[in-house]
Design a protein around this ligand. Sequence first.
Ligand code: NAD
Length: 492
Amino acid sequence: MSSSTNADEKKKESFNAEAASLLVNNLRATFASGTTRSYEWRASQLKALIKLCDAHEQQIIDALYSDLAKPPLETVAYEIAMFKNSCKAALKELKRWMTSEKVKTSIATFPSTAEIVSEPLGVVLVISAWNYPFLLSLEPVIGAIAAGNALVLKPSEIAPATSSLLAKLLGEYLDNSCIRVVEGAVDETSALLQQKWDKIFYTGNGRVGRIVMAAAAKHLTPVVLELGGKSPVVVDSNIDLKVATRRIIAGKWGCNNGQACVSPDYIITTKDYAPKLVDSLKAELEKFYGKNPLESKDLSRIVNSNHFGRLTKFLDDEKVSGKIVFGGEKDESKLRISPTILLDIPRNSLIMREEIFGPLLPIMTVDKLEESFDVINSGTKPLAAYLFTINNRLKEQFVMNISAGGLVVNDTALHLAVNTLPFGGVGESGVGAYHGKFSFDAFSHKKAVLYRSFLGDAPVRYPPYTNIKMRLLKALVGGGLLGIIRALFGLS
Ligand code: NAD
């Protein structure tokens, strides 16, 4: 056994359930001391995260390149800049988010005042995925910190360079008495999941999502599950085809080569329009990635050989192999698959049953575009759904009839850049949501507080119970002033 394997083994052994329990206990003690509750602590940690990005941009770019060959532009724009933007927005809004919200009271409690106080949940666990390993690790951390929690982050082992960079940088920049990173895979995550947390925020696939939820259920721990699904794109005719095509490409291959949770998974269009769409996609793809896309520096590679094998299996399916109308080139040694379009693949093929999460894009055709709604609704609820059209009625029908985590009309993926929109799934695409204030809320308990004085101690709720008291209480709980007057005069 080599010395590095020995070291790896040791590291692996050292983080077990006992170590996890110790870690959580320590964090609980710091949380109980009140450190994380102050505005100053929360703001200082968010500022430190921005500083971390500014000081280590190149290292972050390099780590993502090492893990995914992610093009630096994608890392800078979609991971670092988006994350910094979220931090800045949280800093700007933090005082307002932390301020308790006064709410109206009812006549039944008169005289009284009431407010909703956002309190931190305690010690929380964030488990993240490999595809946007920087953003998806740290974006939930913003919410956890802003809401005043202590936390453990478990980055994905499938993006090892980013995972170890995060462990190093968070160790250097953040308050380690309250914020810790645990690196590792299934064993380490299982050890963490055995502990009692006050919230678990998981990003990844639904199979593990179920494991997380089952572990959380043992302690009645609430969860946010940011999962995936098959996100459809419905394409009408009479659109600006060139713009639509470019936006589909940007959301698919321009987002980590299709390895993004909101990537278009498949297209539905009419039989008549499909050839035009295919021609347009071919032309724009060639403009963007050249004649040999396997060599393009503007496309991420497939993350590892397991995922390469998974994607290859989709293409090897005999129902699908003859349906490739563009691309299909592979280089296993470099883990590269070129942008690939498939036309008219059967709905029972493997590629139409599972989330693709890679550079393959099947196009399904229907006689009438309205049929696409039934196609989408016959599957599990997707994380995102997209529609390209100029038809206002179709837009309305789409918004009314399609249940998905989020919808975008005439673009793809961009909804996740809007901090005022919640980002999360529904049904099999997830539980809960985050981004902006929704992140703060995801990691807060909304505590109901009612204030009364010693005035107005009406005898009506105290025994002996009489008929007039019953009528009065009924009217009071009912809330209507008229009802109370009627009860007082014996009219009800
Ligand atoms: P992954 O393999 O990195 O797994 C995610 C996390 O689960 C990792 O931290 C991993 O260590 C942990 N894990 C894996 N197996 C486990 C087990 N048996 N027990 C406990 N923990 C375990 O990522 P992935 O699941 O391949 O990510 C891709 C999926 O995530 C896709 O379905 C995608 O759509 C979804 N996703 C969703 C979002 C979102 O924001 N909704 C974002 C990115 C990815």
